[in-house]
Structures are given as C-alpha cells and as structure tokens.
Design a protein around this ligand. Structure first.
Ligand SMILES: CC(C)(COP(=O)(O)OP(=O)(O)OC[C@H]1O[C@@H](n2cnc3c(N)ncnc32)[C@H](O)[C@@H]1OP(=O)(O)O)[C@@H](O)C(=O)NCCC(=O)NCCS
Length: 181
C-alpha cells in the first residue's frame, strides 16, 4: 500500500475487472481517455493476464477514504517505463464520477509521483491530456507538471479535431510542488 493524504494505492485484483468494464463503458469517463471502443469483460480478462508479466508497467487501484472506510474510485499507473533514461508515462482515471473535483485525483497523482521518484528512482514523468480536459490539466499542474508542448489537432473525437497537450515533471520539480502545497 502507498498512502497519500486521503487516498491509498493498492494492487489491482481480478475482482476489480467488472468495475473497470463499467467505468470504461461510461461515455462521460471514456471521452477523456484514448480508448474509444466499447470494452468487454473478455478483453479486460486478457489485459489482466498480460499485466502479470509486465516489467515496464506499475498499475494501482485508487481507494479513497470516505465515510470511515475505503472506496475503490479509480486506477492510476506508470506505463512505458524506460529504465535506462529513467522516465515513464503517467495515466489516471477516477471512474466514480461522484469523486471528481474533490482533490482525490491530485492526491493520487502526487502519491504516484512519490512512488516514481522515491521508489523507482525515475527522473521524469510525462503524460498527454486533451485540450477539453481542463480539470485534468489543473490537477497535473497542482502536482508539479508543466506544459511542455502541444500536438496540434492530434486527436479526432466526436467529429472534431482537438489539440493534445504534453506535460511533464522532473524529480526536482516534484519536490518543489510538495513544498508549495
Ligand atoms: C482528471 C482527474 C484524475 C482529476 O482528478 P480530480 O479529483 O477530479 O481533480 P482534483 O479535484 O484533484 O483537481 C481538479 C482541479 O481542476 C479544477 N477544475 C475542475 N473543473 C475545471 C474546469 N472546467 N476548468 C478549470 N479547472 C477546473 C478544480 O477546481 C481543481 O483545481 P483547484 O483545486 O485549484 O480548485 C479525474 O477528474 C478523472 O479521472 N476524470 C476522468 C478521466 C480523466 O480525465 N483522466 C485523465 C486523462 S488525461
């Protein structure tokens, strides 16, 4: 377990898969993610099997402290870990929409970055975020990410092209972001 202020990160279990299928088939959640096709339980099972052998991925379930217990609200992970150059791509989804905009995402991203920099000894973490997702951009900024550039009209979604922003945070910038909290 890795603990943040109001969240904790735990391992993904096979029993979580039906919850993922529900989240990822919700158009309001999926519109912020790269995936665009309906997701089946079978494809999630195949993905889960493959996960066990992955060395360049670390994936966690996010649990929020609420009403005296822990609620599974989303997932976050480090992907495409490059061990030589010491960077990775961060991904996060809070699938339980009632938990959006309450600070849990920022807490989870900070906890993930602490794991990336202070456990895995990574140097840089990056991500891509769609231009119509200002909530995610703000969440990443609060955790220490900076805008690095924009891939103009790189995303075609719902009949229109959208810009995709590339953001990154270096290890020493993350230390600063925590002090400013
Ligand atoms: C993106 C996500 C992880 C953020 O987590 P969260 O818990 O909702 O975000 P937080 O509450 O920690 O922070 C959100 C910030 O954005 C701000 N915000 C919310 N809506 C906004 C908007 N429309 N414009 C600008 N800022 C906005 C909030 O006010 C808050 O900033 P503040 O603390 O300075 O007031 C979560 O909303 C989510 O999973 N969304 C669906 C999937 C997704 O977008 N994944 C990311 C793909 S790149």
């Amino acid at each position: 377990m890795y603990y943040g202020d109001r969240i904790r990160l735990r391992a993904i279990e096979r029993e979580d898969l039906p919850t993922f299928v529900r989240w990822f088939n919700d158009p309001e959640v999926r519109r912020f993610l790269l995936m665009y096709q309906p997701m089946s339980r079978a494809s999630e099972e195949r993905w889960f099997e493959g996960l066990q052998d992955q060395r360049d991925e670390h994936l966690f379930a996010i649990e929020a402290s609420a009403d005296g217990g822990w609620v599974h609200i989303g997932n976050c992970g480090l992907h495409q870990i490059d061990w030589k150059n010491r960077h990775a791509v961060l991904g996060i989804v809070i699938g339980e929409k009632a938990f959006w905009g309450k600070g849990y995402g920022t807490d989870a991203v900070r906890t993930m970055l602490r794991f990336a920099f202070h456990e895995l000894n990574l140097h840089r973490v990056e991500l891509e975020v769609f231009d119509y997702n200002p909530r995610a951009q703000r969440c990443y900024e609060k955790a220490g990410f900076r805008l690095e550039g924009t891939r103009r009209q790189a995303l075609f979604r719902d009949g229109e092209y959208h810009d995709v922003h590339l953001m990154s945070v270096l290890r020493h910038e993350f230390a600063g972001a925590r002090e400013r909290r």
